[in-house]
Each structure stands twice: as structure tokens, then as C-alpha cells.
Design a protein around this ligand. Structure first.
Ligand SMILES: CC(C)(COP(=O)(O)OP(=O)(O)OC[C@H]1O[C@@H](n2cnc3c(N)ncnc32)[C@H](O)[C@@H]1OP(=O)(O)O)[C@@H](O)C(=O)NCCC(=O)NCCS
Length: 290
């Protein structure tokens, strides 16, 4: 990886063809250098800054801050808009969407964060959701947890497994269900997650089925399940309609050591570790320096 002094960082725009969706990953270390946090904070709107101050749990505060900074700087890759100039509104169940400025491409995005990882998916006008989770190896009783929100076929698949394999399948299914719910801009209280069922076939092929009560067509959805690090599962759900699957292009941003780094475009195919392509074609400064 090569580094660029902050002052020289001039992130080049990223093209988003309509047959691609982009996934941006940011690994969160236990501590963020105060200057980086300060740069991120300067990107926030007053409402976001107020929300950040309300967090009582330090890790949650840091994830929220990193997520909002990642979203703003990522969106600025696709339009000539300063990261701090994006305006957001929230849907009825809290999903952030772009509200301004006007005259930019019809970008949609969704964020997810957990310990150690922040993810942001970006599409051109398509509903999309992303979820990241850490498979909890100490999960004592996945079957009991699955009584709520899991479909009978999903619970049966869990029952056929034991121990760690059962815990990992639980996490995979949970992550997939969350990605769909988030793409819909819903919440689990508003959308009965047990009415959608995922099946993960040997070899990793994922099949989604949706009961009529949900009022949606499973064949309109592209879903991907990835393992971006050894500790994380990540799912993306995109309502692509009748078109072929989009190419999911993944970028990893490494902000912590200094102000600016090369972007590493990655292809993630549910591998245990990302395939990193070095010598990327653009530079990206996730701290917002332009
Ligand atoms: C948002 C929600 C859908 C997921 O939250 P989560 O998994 O705890 O958190 P994630 O890190 O994945 O996502 C949080 C981000 O999603 C975005 N978000 C908030 N509400 C959202 C919504 N309704 N739809 C889509 N995205 C939403 C926000 O950007 C938020 O981060 P921010 O507030 O820091 O900006 C949550 O409201 C929810 O309903 N969770 C239910 C969990 C559950 O019961 N799961 C059962 C599985 S069977």
C-alpha cells in the first residue's frame, strides 16, 4: 500500500455504471487518532453531531461517526459535492436517504456498522440494504433466538446443524434478513421477517423466498453474502428488478495511519479474506480532505 500526503490527496471520481453497485468497507480499529475523528466530526450536520454527542457507549459513538463520515466521503466520489454538503432525510422507519443538494445523480446508499467494520453500499436509484455482523461464537441457543423472525424452513436448517456450524448459519441468515429489511427501509417491527426465508445451498448459492403477505417479488432481488474479514459476515440486498444481477464492486478504505491511502478495489466472493488488488486507479481520502 502506498500513502499520499493529505495535502496531495485529490480523490478522483468513481464511475458508477448502472450495471454496478459499489460496496465501501472501512475497518475500524479500537481507537481512532483524534485528528481523524476531528476531521470526520467536521463533516457532520448539526443533527448528526448532536446524535453523536448523545451516545453513551464509546464504541457505538465511534461506529456512528465513522459510518456518517464514510457515507459522506463516499457519496462525494460520485458527484461534485463536498462531503459536508450532503443533506439527508430519514424514512418512516429511520432509513437515511439523500435529500440534497439537487442536480446530483440519483444515488441511493445504506450503512451498517459493527465492532471492527463499517460498510456503505451505493446504487444508482435502486433500493439497497447492507448489514454487517460478527458471528458470535458464544451464542448459546440459536434455535431459541430463531423462534422470532426466522421462517420454519430456516429453523429446520438450523436444527440440522450443531455447535459452531449452527451458530454461523444463524448469523448468515440474520445478516441476510437484515440486509433485505434495510433495503426496504423497514424495521423488524414493521416487516415480519419470518415471512421471508433464505436458503443457502452447498456451494453458497442463495435462494430467497417471500410470502405473499409481504407484498414483494423475490425474483426482483439480488442478494450477496460475503465474508469481508475472518470476523465478519456482510450481506447486501439490491432490488434490481428484472435486469441481470449487478456487479458488486467492493472498495476498502484504510484511513487510520495517515490522512490518505490508495483505494483497493476488491472482488469478494464469500472468501475468508478479501482479494486485494493493489495499485488501484484512484486515491481516496476518507477523512474528507479534497
Ligand atoms: C436499522 C435496523 C433495521 C438495523 O439496525 P442494526 O442492525 O442494529 O444496525 P446497522 O449497523 O446494520 O445499521 C444502522 C444504520 O442503518 C441505517 N438505518 C437506520 N434505520 C434504517 C432503516 N429503517 N432501514 C435501513 N437503514 C436504516 C442508519 O444509517 C444506521 O446507522 P446510523 O444511525 O449510525 O447512521 C434496526 O432498526 C432494526 O430493526 N433492527 C432489528 C434487529 C432485529 O430484530 N433483527 C432480527 C433478525 S431475524
Amino acid at each position: 500500500m502506498s500513502e499520499t500526503p493529505a495535502s496531495a490527496a485529490q480523490p478522483r471520481p468513481v464511475e458508477l455504471p448502472d450495471d454496478e453497485a459499489h460496496l465501501w468497507l472501512l475497518r475500524l480499529r479500537e481507537s481512532i487518532p483524534p485528528p481523524v475523528e476531528q476531521r470526520w466530526r467536521e463533516l457532520l450536520s448539526p443533527a448528526e453531531a448532536a446524535a453523536e454527542r448523545r451516545f453513551r457507549v464509546e464504541a457505538a459513538r465511534r461506529q456512528h461517526l465513522a459510518g456518517r463520515a464514510l457515507a459522506r466521503t463516499t457519496l462525494s466520489r460520485y458527484a461534485d459535492v463536498e462531503p459536508r454538503s450532503w443533506e439527508f432525510r430519514t424514512g418512516p422507519q429511520g432509513k437515511p436517504e439523500i435529500a440534497g443538494p439537487t442536480g446530483v445523480p440519483p444515488l441511493r446508499f445504506n450503512l451498517s456498522h459493527t465492532r471492527g467494520l463499517v460498510a456503505c453500499v451505493v446504487t444508482l436509484g435502486l433500493d439497497a440494504g447492507v448489514d454487517v455482523e460478527r458471528p458470535d461464537r458464544r451464542l448459546s441457543d440459536p434455535l431459541a433466538l430463531a423462534r422470532h423472525g426466522f421462517a420454519p424452513a430456516e429453523r429446520a436448517a438450523l436444527e440440522r446443524l450443531a455447535g459452531r456450524a449452527r451458530g454461523e448459519l444463524f448469523c448468515d441468515l440474520w445478516t441476510l434478513k437484515e440486509a433485505y429489511v434495510k433495503a426496504r427501509g423497514s424495521g423488524f417491527l414493521a416487516l415480519p421477517a419470518r415471512k421471508l426465508a433464505y436458503e443457502i445451498a452447498p456451494g453458497g448459492r442463495i435462494h430467497l423466498s417471500i410470502e405473499p403477505e409481504i407484498g414483494d417479488r423475490a425474483e426482483d432481488w439480488q442478494v450477496e453474502l460475503l465474508a469481508p474479514t475472518a470476523e465478519h459476515r456482510l450481506a447486501v440486498a439490491i432490488r434490481r428488478g428484472q435486469r441481470p444481477d449487478l456487479e458488486l464492486v467492493t472498495y476498502e478504505v484504510e484511513p487510520m495511519e495517515s490522512a490518505a491511502h490508495l483505494v483497493h478495489p476488491e472482488v469478494l466472493a464469500r472468501t475468508a479474506t478479501p482479494v486485494t488488488v493493489t495499485g488501484g486507479t484512484s486515491t481516496f481520502d476518507p477523512t474528507g480532505a479534497r
